[in-house]
Ligand binder design. Sequence first.
Ligand code: CO
Length: 204
Amino acid sequence: MLEHLKERNRAWAARKVSVDPSFFTRLAGQQAPEYLWIGCSDSRVPANEIVDLDPGELFVHRNVANLAPPQDANYLSVLQFAVDVLKVKHVMVVGHYGCGGVAAAVDGQRRGLVDHWLHPIREVHHHHRHELEAIPEERDRLDRLCELNVMRQVRNVASDVFVQDAWARGQELSVHGWVYSITNGLVTDLGATLSGPEDLLQLD
Ligand code: CO
């Protein structure tokens, strides 16, 4: 079963060792990434590859539509470990244009459980409905919603108690909002970086 994948795995591990013989032994000893990536599960948005980082360099959490819901135990566990234990210096929420999750949140169709998961995006949509309704092309409207969703999640991360407590004890930590373009492979920084409680207070 899945022999082709196991074969590819063996070839990959061999390639890594041929370039750097101590690659895996060094990695096994310690994990010390400086970044937490919160991104979409979409197969076209592979975190490490996009920023060209090796194993060990990027802590990753992915879910449908790159959400940071303050009640989600999975996301919260990743965030706490990244902030409190790994002491990452940067958290980047990375959305992507053409996100199927974002589109599904607002197309009015019923899909089941995922409709509940995507509910925060409908709230973002409602909050920014005047701006969004003024955009004539649906594709552009959805792409803007992808950006607005990222900025909302950046705020969620920054207002979380784990991040607030880290800032209160003087830990260096910034939360960034990025959007990735599937069509050209490039990341756009939305300029929504929050690096302390005073940045959060300036919003709205
Ligand atoms: Co997506």
